[in-house]
Design a protein around this ligand. Sequence first.
Ligand code: PRP
Length: 211
Amino acid sequence: MEYLTFALAKGRLAEKAMEALGKTGIHCEEMKEDSRKLIFVNEDIKCRFFLAKAQDVPTYVEHGAADIGIVGLDTLLEENRNLYQVLDLGFGKCRFAVAGKPEAREILDKQDLRVATKYLNIAKDFYYNKKHQTVELIKLNGSVELAPVVGLSDVILDIVETGSTLKANGLEVLEEVCPLSARLAVNRVSMKLKHDRITEIIKGLKELELK
Ligand code: PRP
């Protein structure tokens, strides 16, 4: 039997993903050990698992280096890769929102609003296609909440989970963009060639969701 390869977004999601897969009988003891290894195998069930940066998971899946990816909808939307997005896994719930200092509420619709974000494609879609507003997009790579605090931008478009990062920096949600959660993505060719195994996994995960 060929290996079935899973790409997991490193961090919070990977743990929850392995927990969910574990409940369907797909597990990997080796992964629980603390190590610098990047790829793990369970020979008994012919599965391989690797951890990648979230933004790279859709790339591995699109190219078939992974049959299945587990990653946030935020990343799938931003990367817009050619793959099947088959299932909302129901965990990793958070949302995209526009946030800033409370006084920025007054200027949300102004032309040339300065928006800092890690998610340029999502921001373009939100402002240009949905709001029909011209804005200045400023790309950052992390700790985006800093931008309005130090005057780099008027607002940010970012992920909000608990809201504690915003609160700790005197910022608040000003506009909702969309809800987010973890998704199961499948390579288009794998879906045909490994159809039975993949369908079985999807079925198992769907049953979990109903509980
Ligand atoms: C995400 C996001 C926010 C924070 C939101 O950042 O970009 O900064 O989590 O979570 P909260 O609402 O529960 O406070 P992440 O931890 O991925 O780090 P980074 O953006 O700094 O890379």
